[in-house]
Design a protein around this ligand. Structure first.
Ligand SMILES: [Mg+2]
Length: 263
């Protein structure tokens, strides 16, 4: 496993050259949502994708297939996106992949089961400030409102360890996401989509550790970008902040128009 300490800045000459020679009509474009298409906000229910970003995504959808792959449930993500991509994959990859409805039904049963167990165990303990959110295929346990977040987190983790069957746990900011152990992660989801749709090349941009499941894929023709310089990553390129994503989308849309005019 190679963690790159010095990622190439995408808006460097080398980065832009690489982007220019990679992106074409055989490239599937995929995007994370929070922290990538929209800035992170203290209250996730207030996250909003700007009109400018929505417009660039719509332009890109005229050129190739556009997917959004997010940890949010699909319905929730759709409400914040303000536009409808060709594919909206929710719950970290567990929801929205074509041809996987039967698996999703199993995940719903698992999530309901975990929610019931959690409510039972957290009700008779010190569950102060804990919010359990059933997102369909996954369950989130939030503890942002807790007075002592460190103590509450360790309590939540000890309860999660008792769940049957055991979930895969993804730790976020004041939240633990419980995902079915066999559900696809974001990397699996992108690979599945590319194979299903017959794309040999994939572009993906994201900002947190769940996106590393895409960045670490090997044997794929992938162009990967990590938003924010946060230390080691397996992505190929980086942007300094979410504010640069709009310019990136505009540049990619320009590349498609340029390719077209050359044909
Ligand atoms: Mg994100």
């Amino acid at each position: 496993m190679t963690l790159r300490q010095n990622l190439t800045y995408l808006f460097s000459d080398a980065g832009l050259d690489a982007l220019r020679s990679f992106v074409d009509s055989t490239t599937l474009l995929a995007f994370d949502l929070d922290g990538t298409l929209a800035p992170i906000v203290a209250d996730p229910s207030r996250m909003l994708v700007s009109n400018a970003i929505q417009e660039e995504l719509a332009k890109l959808m005229e050129q190739t297939t556009v997917a959004v792959i997010t940890g949010r449930g699909r319905t929730n993500a759709q409400a914040h996106l303000g536009m409808t991509p060709h594919f909206l994959i929710g719950n970290h990859g567990a929801e929205g992949l074509p041809g996987r409805k039967a698996y999703e039904s199993e995940y719903l049963i698992l999530a309901n089961n975990w929610e019931r167990q959690l409510r039972g165990m957290l009700a008779c303990a010190n569950g102060d400030g804990i919010v359990i959110e059933n997102k369909g295929a996954t369950v989130s346990v939030h503890y942002r409102a807790s007075c002592d977040r460190a103590a509450t987190r360790s309590h939540v983790l000890s309860v999660i360890e008792l769940l049957s069957p055991p979930p895969r746990t993804i730790s976020g900011k004041c939240v633990e996401d419980l995902v079915p152990a066999t559900a696809p992660n974001k990397g699996d989801a992108l690979q599945y989509l590319m194979k299903h749709l017959g794309y040999h090349k994939g572009f993906y941009i994201g900002d947190d550790k769940t996106d590393e499941d895409v960045f670490k894929l090997t044997g794929q023709q992938l162009f990967t970008v990590r938003v924010g310089i946060v230390g080691p990553s397996q992505a190929g390129y980086t942007l300094r902040s979410q504010q640069e994503v709009h310019k990136l989308l505009r540049d990619i849309a320009f590349l498609y128009l340029h390719h077209k005019s050359k044909r």
